[in-house]
Each structure stands twice: as structure tokens, then as C-alpha cells.
Design a protein around this ligand. Structure first.
Ligand code: MN
Length: 232
């Protein structure tokens, strides 16, 4: 039994490396049952539930096309490259060793789920412990919003703005492309509490080039209960 498992692992790795050859590109390799794959969590609200702050068309394109493609492509990379990890955190911890395809699409898959869970219809006030932690780190709510807005606006090109918890303290920062603070790459790391997608695809249909207008809308739908649940 052990020998069989060993041989199938070897066979799998070999098939994975052969896939680099273009003539084998369409061969389908079956994943071992234990293999971790990314999923796309169903949206916890309707596409139009965040109107007028985030419009239905943007949500549909963003979730059904952009996000779905990241999930499809990272799982494709996991299968092709024979990446074996237990969960997403382990996947990101080894980001420096991943291919561009696995890293970019893995980030894209996970970041968007985090983003969708971090917004919700209806105004939600920050629970007391969130407010308290923000006050400690940024002076007050306005101080936090200023700091977050600054990192979101300063991110050149595509990327994400984050509120993270690190060593018991809240910090804001941004990552490029689909990187995230769970990855072992880049200077900004921590436990993600809140994410804002600042790729143009997140706002261009409604706001065109005005990222600041998108930010102003997004504050109205931040799900502070999700932030509270993510805090240690
Ligand atoms: Mn996006």
C-alpha cells in the first residue's frame, strides 16, 4: 500500500513536469484526493445588494469573470506543477518558491474571497473592540481612514490596500498585483483583517479613473463585523 502511494506520487510528479512540453499541454492530470485546491466562496449577498455604492454590473464582471478566472488558473497551476500544501496559508507562506502563475492566481483567488466577505449591504458600525484597536493604532477612526486612503491611493498600478494585525497591533499597507500580506515576499506582512481591491477592474465601469470616488463608495459597505471576527 505504501509502495503504491509512493509510486503514484512519483508518477504524478513526472506527469506534472512533462506538462511543460507544449504537445502535452492538454493532458489532464488527476489530483490526488489529499491535494489542496482553491474554491470560490459563493457571494453572501446578491450582485445588486451593494447598490448604489458598488454597482451590479461591476460585481458581476468582477466575481464571475475576474475572480472565477483566478480560481480556475491557480488550480490549473497546482495540478500542472504538482504543488502539495495543506491549506491556503501554507501555500502563501511558500510564495517565494511558486511560479508566477501559481502566485498571481493564488493571491487573486484568496484575496477576492477576503474582499467579498469584508463588505456587506447596509451600514455596519465598527464593534467596540475594533474601534478601540483602530484608536490605539491611528488615533481615531478618521486617522485610520486617512492612513488607509493614503496607501490605497499611493499604490501605483494594480494591487491591494490592507488593514492587518501584526504582533498585536493594527497596521495599514499595500501589496502589488495579487500579492497579499500572508506571502513570504515583500515587506508588508501580517494577518489580513480588511482588504480593498484597487485594480482598475474593481471600479473602472462606474468610476473610470477616479479611484478616490471608488474608495468613498466602498467605506459605506465595509463589513466591520467581519473585521472583528478576523481579529485575534
Ligand atoms: Mn479584483
Amino acid at each position: 500500500m505504501m509502495r503504491r502511494a509512493f509510486l503514484s506520487r512519483i508518477g504524478y510528479a513526472t506527469a506534472g513536469s512533462l506538462l511543460a512540453a507544449p504537445y502535452l499541454a492538454r493532458v489532464h492530470v488527476r489530483s490526488p484526493p489529499s491535494m489542496f485546491l482553491f474554491g470560490q466562496v459563493p457571494l453572501p449577498y446578491a450582485f445588486d445588494a451593494l447598490e448604489p455604492h458598488i454597482d451590479r454590473f461591476t460585481m458581476e464582471v468582477h466575481y464571475n469573470r475576474h475572480h472565477a478566472a483566478y480560481v480556475r488558473n491557480v488550480n490549473d497551476a497546482i495540478e500542472q506543477e504538482g504543488i502539495v500544501v495543506g491549506d491556503a496559508k501554507e501555500f502563501f507562506k511558500g510564495a517565494s518558491k511558486l511560479s508566477e502563475k501559481a502566485r498571481n492566481n493564488g493571491g487573486g483567488a484568496w484575496n477576492h474571497d477576503h474582499f467579498w466577505q469584508g463588505i456587506a449591504p447596509g451600514q455596519v458600525e465598527p464593534p467596540g473592540r475594533v474601534r478601540e484597536a483602530l484608536r490605539t493604532a491611528f488615533g481615531d477612526m478618521e486617522g485610520f481612514k486617512r492612513a488607509f486612503t493614503e496607501v490605497a491611493m499611493q499604490r501605483f498600478g494594480s494591487g491591494w490596500a490592507w488593514l492587518v494585525e501584526r504582533d498585536g497591533r493594527l497596521e495599514v499597507g499595500s501589496t502589488r498585483d495579487q500579492d497579499n500580506p500572508l506571502m513570504d515576499v515583500g515587506a508588508f506582512q501580517g494577518e489580513p483583517l480588511l482588504a480593498l481591491d484597487v485594480w482598475e477592474h474593481a471600479y473602472y465601469l462606474k468610476h473610470q479613473d477616479r479611484r478616490i470616488a471608488y474608495l468613498a463608495s466602498w467605506w459605506n459597505v465595509v463589513n466591520w463585523n467581519a473585521v472583528a471576527m478576523r481579529m485575534r
